[in-house]
Design a protein around this ligand. Structure first.
Ligand code: NAD
Length: 461
């Protein structure tokens, strides 16, 4: 069987990738275990050397990979290049910090007793990825897992198989020992079957629905599960906010990657005193957003990833309208014939929404943003936390006191104050509530990929 990648802009075939057969999965995993016997004992400096070589290869192949990402998932080319640049910075972090984070540490010494902490691999890691940041989602599990001495079986998304296999092959071309990093190409069935194999840990990023299934399966096996799942983050604009900064940050906070970002601003709350002034500028910015061919460097918003995602978003939008929401900007007025082939949803702003509507409670994974006016800080804290998700949030205010109150009160793993651009390799990322379990990035995130062992020694002559 093969996976066919379709370009969401013009529906042409980008290419095909051979799937692994269900029957071969057990061997893939047992080969991974065998490769781990030597890899788990390798020196951290040697593991880092492969990542260094890979980083060079990635820099040399930037243009080809950026084109592939854009062709496969419709992200504007400038953003595909931006994703690769961001990942080069993350790789630099791993290259610089791995040996420091994983180094054994003496944490206490009492007379002749030494207390030491060491880190060991977990074993065979299954890494199961989504499609919205094809390169980031390949790196986030695979790189720390390999540096931690684990072997990896990577399951790419069925929507970006070519981009993710391109990077996997690039990493393997550094001379990484055989079977240390393997793929399990396929659809949901392959992802589900991978969980049934003799794996030792799983890193999963994707929807909360699938994440819950994985949590149950890994719980039955009693193996570690790192889960990064859906979000419904709130952006809060207070009366004292810098309007122009808030408009630009929330524009990108919602519409980056064509609205398909886990931590995107999926609900917008604006304080009454600034509401009218903010909305004049925000609706103008969104209404003038440059929709177009994602290969054009000027394009800000491209098509959503697939026909089924287009239909889901259209249903979510129509349901909201049928429940009383007003479309302030948007509702698919695409007149350009060239764009009509693509899975385009015009960037949309909805008002007259209430918190009990599905558009406020479900994750909406596309360029649609419901807006609610509020009066007091207490009210907006209640609104922001009225969600089963808790991935991130943003507050726009020029008061430190207000920033402190909101960053403490909003139940989410990351809070941006006056910014929607808060990803940095030193900063752990992950969710509260149904947005996930565990952290990625930073020292905390790195240590999720290893076992921590305490060695207490005395009586050595
Ligand atoms: P998805 O859950 O449909 O699929 C993710 C991966 O899981 C794919 O590779 C898929 O084939 C596989 N899969 C599907 N069913 C499976 C099963 N039963 N068992 C094992 N594997 C299975 O998600 P998606 O549509 O690819 O991605 C969009 C979702 O990802 C959104 O909810 C978004 O918020 C979330 N996301 C979260 C983060 C984060 O860091 N929290 C980052 C990116 C995306």
């Amino acid at each position: 069987m093969k996976i066919t990648s379709i370009n969401p802009f013009d529906q042409t075939v980008v290419g095909e990738t051979e799937c692994v057969s269900l029957g071969d999965l057990a061997k893939v995993v047992s080969d991974s275990r065998t490769a781990g016997i030597v890899w788990s004992k390798s020196k951290i400096e040697d593991r880092i050397s492969y990542i260094k070589k890979y980083k060079e290869l990635l820099e040399n192949n930037k243009k080809e990979l950026a084109n592939l990402i854009t062709n496969e998932m419709g992200k504007p080319i400038a953003q595909s290049i931006g994703e690769i640049d961001m990942e080069l910075e993350y790789l630099e972090f791993y290259i610089d910090k791995s040996s420091v984070v994983l180094k054994e540490k003496i944490v206490r010494q009492d007379d002749d007793v030494i207390y030491k902490i060491v880190h060991e691999p977990l074993g065979v890691f299954a890494c199961i990825a989504p499609w919205n940041f094809p390169l980031t989602m390949f790196h986030t599990g695979v790189i720390p897992a390999l540096l931690g001495g684990n072997t990896v079986v990577f399951k790419p998304s069925e929507l970006t198989t070519m981009s993710q296999m391109f990077t996997l092959n690039l990493l393997n071309s550094t001379g990484l020992p055989k079977n240390v990093l393997q793929s399990a190409v396929g659809g949901k069935d392959i992802g589900a079957a991978l969980l049934d194999q003799e794996i030792d840990a799983v890193w999963f990023t994707g929807s909360t629905k699938v994440g819950k299934e994985i949590y149950i399966k890994s719980g039955t096996k009693f193996i570690k599960a790192l889960l990064e799942m859906g979000g419904n983050s709130a952006a809060i604009v207070m009366d004292d906010a810098d309007i122009d900064n808030a408009v630009e940050n929330i524009f990108w906070g919602r519409y980056l990657a064509n609205g398909q970002v886990c931590n995107a601003d999926k609900r917008l709350f604006i304080q009454a005193g600034i509401y009218d002034d903010f909305m004049v500028k925000f609706t103008t910015r969104v209404g003038n957003a440059k929709l177009g061919d994602p290969k054009d460097v000027e394009t800000e918003i491209g098509p959503v990833v697939s026909k089924s995602q287009f239909e889901l978003l259209t249903n979510q939008l129509n349901t909201a309208i049928s429940k009383g929401a007003t479309v302030l900007v948007g509702k698919n007025k695409i007149e350009n014939a060239l764009l009509q082939k693509g899975n385009f949803i015009t960037p949309t702003i909805l008002t007259d929404v209430t918190t009990d509507m599905a558009i406020m409670q479900e994750e909406v994974f596309g360029p649609i943003l419901p807006v609610i006016k509020f009066k007091t800080i207490e009210e907006v804290i209640g609104l922001a936390n009225d969600s089963v998700y808790g991935l991130s949030g943003e507050a726009y205010t020029t008061s430190q006191k207000t920033a402190d109150i909101l960053s403490q009160a909003v139940k989410a793993g990351t809070i941006g104050i006056n910014t929607s651009n808060y990803f940095k390799p030193e900063c752990p990322f992950g969710g509260y509530k149904l947005s996930g379990l565990g952290r990625e990035y930073g020292e905390e995130g790195f240590l999720e990929f290893v076992q921590t062992k305490t060695v207490v020694t005395t009586g050595i002559k």
